[in-house]
Design a protein around this ligand. Structure first.
Ligand code: NDP
Length: 295
């Protein structure tokens, strides 16, 4: 059997960013509107600093305005909520995201629920999650949205396929399961209490893992010819002491069995930021009563 095809998230994300940049320019030229994104960081978590910087850089490249805020690690919940409220009230800010994890003394749920749902470009607010459940309207969480785009470029017809999602977080697993359901796949969602995970995985035409367990999913867990998306991002030390990033899937084994697979890094990750930019563009159009462009 031949090796699996690589699903190139970098390339697909670059195409999406190009389209978003073109639509942003059209928005500026036709309506004088410039989408504005505010990414809020509390503290100095090194990974979060990198994520925020990437989001700012890409937003600028799209021609969007950047309203990001970097707050001290001692910022209280009340201070953060005040800043969120100011961003909610600013008509130039169309998208707001509060980078997680937050310091332990701030309740992430309270913060998310205080972001105006129309500006919640992460798609984490209850209103947007409810819209997802209903199957229409709302801003869709970025990583699950990116996964669906990768699937749609890989498989022409998802109808009736068996999809297995590993992980049930509010930001990846649960919303992804809803999107897969809306695409007429038959969805199984698994978690840390699931019995006989390998057997369930072997039934998957589409296997998507978001559990944060380095290389847990072995080749013999995968149905021959399956499509595998690996959302997991895990740090691993190599034999020579180097730090590398690996996914939840044992890539070297899986590539021999699957028909298509995302690498880590360079698979799902780049899609998350590209979808955030797309959501910011959509939010700007919706807030200004302008038709949302076809992307
Ligand atoms: P969470 O920690 O919130 O959720 C992990 C989920 O995996 C839980 O539902 C948990 O089950 C389940 N789980 C953990 N261990 C096992 C196991 N051994 N077997 C089966 N299920 C298990 O993680 P996130 O959803 O936030 O993120 C998941 C991974 O995806 C992480 O590696 C993260 O870094 C990555 N990520 C990547 C993104 C990207 O852009 N590529 C974006 C977001 C996340 P239970 O509910 O029972 O505890």
């Amino acid at each position: 059997m031949s090796k699996a095809r690589l699903i190139d998230g970098k390339e697909i994300a670059a195409k999406l960013r190009k389209t978003v940049a073109a639509q942003t320019l059209t928005l500026r030229n036709s309506y004088g509107l410039v989408p504005g994104l505010a990414a809020v960081l509390v503290g100095e978590d090194p990974a979060s600093q990198i994520y925020i910087r990437n989001k700012e850089t890409h937003a600028r490249e799209m021609g969007m305005n950047n309203f990001s805020r970097k707050l001290s690690k001692n910022t209280s919940e009340a201070e953060l909520l005040k800043i969120v409220s100011k961003l909610n009230a600013n008509p130039e800010v169309n998208g707001i995201l509060v980078q997680q994890p937050l310091p332990t003394f701030i309740d992430a749920f309270t913060v998310i629920e205080n972001v105006d749902p129309a500006k919640d470009v992460d798609g984490f607010h209850s209103f947007n999650l409810g819209a997802l459940l209903r199957g229409s309207g709302g801003l869709v969480p970025c990583t699950p949205k990116g996964c669906m785009m990768l699937l749609e470029t890989t498989l022409s017809d998802l109808n009736g396929a068996n999809a297995v999602v590993l992980g049930r977080s509010n930001i990846v697993g649960k919303p992804l399961a809803q999107l897969l359901l809306a695409a007429n796949t038959t969805v199984t969602i698994t978690h840390s209490h699931t019995r006989d995970l390998p057997e369930i995985c072997r039934n998957a035409d589409i296997l998507i893992s978001a559990i944060g367990q380095p290389e847990l999913i072995k080749g013999h867990w995968i149905k021959p010819g399956a499509i595998v998306l690996d959302v997991g991002i895990n740090r691993k030390k190599t034999k020579d002491g180097k730090q590398i990033l690996v996914g939840d899937v044992d890539f070297d084994e899986a590539i021999e069995i699957a028909s298509a697979i995302t690498p880590v890094p360079g698979g799902v990750g780049p899609m998350t930021i590209a979808c955030l930019l797309e959501n910011t563009l959509i939010a700007c159009c919706q807030q200004n009563g302008v038709p949302v462009p076809e992307i």
